[in-house]
Design a protein around this ligand. Structure first.
Ligand SMILES: Nc1nc2c(c(=O)[nH]1)N[C@H]1C(S)=C(S)[C@@H](COP(=O)(O)OP(=O)(O)OC[C@H]3O[C@@H](n4cnc5c(N)ncnc54)[C@H](O)[C@@H]3O)O[C@H]1N2
Ligand code: MOO
Length: 447
């Protein structure tokens, strides 16, 4: 008997009701996120072996630091002139030393004797004996009598304002001393962090390994190019999920289109090397919704089978069979339902899988401007834009729509029963910069 004939029996012959038809099996939304976090944390702990990687600075952007960033040097590493002007020793007027300017990156200049001055550039090492730097614009020079007579020494330097001891000198170690912690472990490597790491002496950074993710897009009705026609529609999830998951810190191994083929799906699920498989579609009870049967045949354990959230309630989380802990998140096919599954299950799991690289989607609490209709029993996730101190719900929030989320700053977590105007709600953030306050808020209300 083939796989299709045995474990993957056709849905209309299956005696058991589908998970979508069994609301009691659905997990409350907060508990589903906790389960996903715990699954990721357990997988991370079990994988102890996948230790930090040293990557060149240029490749570290967007990764998370595997350990604290410790300064490899004092910063600045020498007493540095903060201004173009004069290094002086003692009180003025000062005799200007004959030699040329002390420049950044050049050999150290000879020590200044009391009463001497030398030209200095911003970033140059101040000569030993220097008591202050005077900016060019705060100084004037005049020929000394000796210089007028044609014999050394050179001109005299006068300060045009009071000179404070050590002014405009950046002392060695002002920003940090060697060994100081500049950033804690887990910090995201931003462009600014790359700059700081380079300044502090790093050529490479130890970063956490990224969870490997594979995306399986299911559905015979999906087109990868052109206009929808004859009942076929464009695949909206393939182009969206890879970049979204990368923005959440994953390494996306592949996005594969599988169609509605149970055998092919079974082979893809059992043969994948990814830490996390993401499927789209096939979670419900339709004639070609094979996901539950494939997971059963593959020996997977369902950790979450339906969540009390709208949209996206048929989403699921499974632990795949095998010694290595690997997971599968089944996202519903409706595009906004898939986003809901991504934020509910995939995001917390990925955050924990990277080893506590930061709090997953720290949700700020913001009052909502308008009433938001609730589901009687389930949480709702509703795209919102932030306007000043308020969250404004967007209207194109139907399960099959991406028009709302495409202009949103986040998703409001609306408790069962709904929210009153002014009620404070958690807002799940999106992993990219949003144009808060720019988006149109008027529109037709669809469900
Ligand atoms: N009898 C029931 N039917 C459905 C239920 C239910 O509880 N009982 N739940 C509905 C809900 S809610 C959702 S969400 C969907 C979930 O369906 P599936 O995960 O099985 O997804 P599909 O049936 O494959 O597709 C649903 C919908 O989404 C479109 N789709 C799928 N993939 C994509 C894609 N990559 N890009 C764009 N659009 C996609 C697909 O064409 C369908 O229109 O089930 C309901 N049914
Ligand atoms: O999960 Mo469904 O998206 O509510 O239509």
């Amino acid at each position: 008997m083939s796989l299709k004939e045995s474990a993957l029996v056709a849905p209309d012959t299956a005696a058991v009701p589908s998970p979508a038809e069994e609301p009691h099996r659905a997990t409350p939304w907060p508990a589903a996120r906790t389960t996903a976090t715990e699954a990721g944390a357990a997988a991370h702990a079990a994988k102890g072996g996948r230790g930090p990687l040293d990557v060149p600075l240029g490749a570290a952007l967007g990764r998370n630091l595997a350990g604290p960033l410790l300064a490899l040097t004092d910063l600045p590493s020498f007493d540095t002139s903060a201004m173009d002007g004069w290094a002086v020793a003692g009180t003025g007027p000062w005799t200007v030393r004959e030699e040329g300017a002390v420049l950044a990156g050049h050999a150290p200049a000879a020590a200044l004797a009391d009463g001497e001055a030398v030209r200095i550039a911003t970033g140059a090492r101040v000569p030993a004996g220097t008591t202050a730097v005077i900016r060019t614009e705060h100084s004037r020079t005049e020929p000394s009598r000796a210089e007028r007579d044609g014999v050394a020494p050179g001109p005299l330097l006068h300060a045009l304002r009071e000179v404070l001891t050590r002014q405009d000198i950046r002392p060695r170690g002002q920003e940090c001393r060697v060994g100081d912690q500049l950033l804690p472990a887990g910090s995201p490597v931003t462009p600014a962090v790359l700059g700081l790491a380079a300044a502090a002496g790093y050529d490479a950074l130890p970063v956490l390994p990224r969870p490997r993710v594979e995306i399986l897009v299911l559905g015979d009705e999906l087109l990868t190019a052109g206009l929808p026609h004859e009942g076929l529609i464009r695949d909206a999830l393939g182009p969206m999920l890879g970049p979204w998951l990368e923005a959440l810190g994953a390494e996306v191994l592949a996005t594969r289109r599988i169609g509605d083929d149970a055998e092919e799906l079974h082979a893809a699920v059992t043969g994948s090397a990814a830490d996390l498989l993401i499927t789209t579609g096939g979670t419900a009870a339709g004639p070609v919704d094979h996901l539950h049967r494939v997971l059963d045949a593959a020996g997977a354990t369902l950790l979450v089978d339906g969540v009390k959230v709208r949209p996206g309630h048929p989403m699921l989380l499974a632990r795949l069979a095998g010694e290595e802990p690997r997971h599968l998140v089944g996202l519903p096919g409706n595009p906004l339902a898939a986003v809901s599954g991504l934020l509910t299950l995939a995001e917390p799991l990925l955050a924990a899988l990277t080893g506590g690289a930061g709090e997953p989607n720290r949700a700020p609490v913001v009052p909502v401007q308008d009433e938001i209709q609730g589901h009687p029993h389930d949480t709702r996730l509703v795209p919102v834009v932030r306007r000043a101190d308020r969250a404004v719900p967007l209207h194109y929030n139907g399960p099959a729509m991406l028009r709302g989320i495409a202009t949103a700053d986040g998703l409001a977590v609306v408790p069962p029963g709904g929210a009153r105007p002014g009620q404070a709600l958690e807002i799940l953030g999106l992993p990219w910069p949003t144009a808060a306050g720019e988006a149109p808020v008027e529109g037709v209300c669809f469900t």
